[in-house]
Design a protein around this ligand. Structure first.
Ligand code: ADP
Ligand code: MG
Length: 266
């Protein structure tokens, strides 16, 4: 699917247009085009190695594209540094959690604000007084980690670290939140908590782009899903239509045959 044929939606808040990225001879992104509508929870799925994380890296400034454009609210943000992308209103989590293990959960939140140079703003409170600790605690409360605020972050379960990363991203009150495999390795209780929190944030006006392999999670959470294969977006649509699309089945063929779990296409 080329950038000319993909309808990214004229009302897209975040869009990638014809993005190219190669690593040596390997073409990780090939004319990759998609749009994310405001206040949507948009899914990004595709077989392992199809370029999903690379697209996140390009959008968030961790990697520079060889061609194409990234736009936020029709503003060209291509090639911005990660700090500048973050300051522009796009927050992200990583496929592998990145928390500071030896300091407390609360201290991780305070470090987040120092590292990014932003005061902890809270989507939850209109109070503009810069009481960092209080705001950090509010966000921990929001993701259900307040009781663990003083525990070393390294003692959290994998799922709890994912929730801490979500709280961490919220520090800058981003408009758009990119989550890279938030459900991977999380137990069902924390998974429900995570899904619920994402939905609450959306009702507060946030927009999400979510990479995820757990198809049940994607179907229950997302309004719209883009499917990538070999560096390009091959199809987009509501989750129900995607699951039966022949192009999607073809893209996953082979990886599916090795996998007994139909909820997880990898
Ligand atoms: P996905 O997240 O969909 O599993 P990735 O974006 O991580 O896929 O990777 C897409 C392709 O680009 C893969 O073939 C991967 O090996 C390659 N790739 C990703 N990052 C790098 C890198 N920094 N250097 C070299 N190759 C990379
Ligand atoms: Mg990935």
């Amino acid at each position: 699917m080329s950038s000319e044929t993909v309808d990214v939606g004229c009302e897209a808040l975040l869009s990638a247009k014809g993005v190219q990225k190669s690593f040596g001879g390997l073409r990780a992104l090939v004319d990759c085009t998609l749009g994310v509508r405001p206040r949507s929870i948009t899914g990004l799925v595709g077989p392992n190695g199809s370029g999903k994380t690379t697209l996140f890296n390009v959008i968030t400034g961790y990697q520079r594209p060889d061609g194409g454009r990234i736009e936020l609210d029709e503003r060209d943000i291509t090639g911005f540094s990660p700090e500048k992308v973050f300051a522009s209103g796009i927050g992200r989590t990583f496929q592998l959690t990145r928390v500071f293990a030896r300091i407390s959960v609360l201290e991780n939140m305070l470090v987040a604000s120092q590292r990014t140079g932003v005061w902890i703003r809270s989507v939850l409170s209109l109070d503009s007084r810069p009481d960092e600790r209080q705001r950090a605690m509010e966000l921990l409360e929001f993701v259900g980690l307040a009781s663990l605020a003083h525990a070393p972050a390294g003692s959290l379960s994998y799922g709890q670290k994912k929730l801490l990363e979500l709280a961490y991203v919220l520090v800058a009150d981003p408009q758009v939140i990119l989550l890279d495999e938030p459900a991977g390795g999380i137990n069902p209780t924390l998974l429900n908590q995570l899904r619920d929190r994402i939905q609450v944030l959306r009702s507060m006006g946030k927009t999400f782009l979510v990479i995820e392999h757990n198809l049940r999670f994607v179907t229950e959470l997302c309004d719209y899903v883009w499917v990538m294969d070999q560096g390009s977006v091959i199809v987009g649509g509501p989750p129900e239509t995607i699951q039966t699309d022949q192009r999607v089945l073809d893209a996953y063929l082979g990886t599916m045959e090795e996998d007994d779990d139909n909820d997880d296409l990898e």
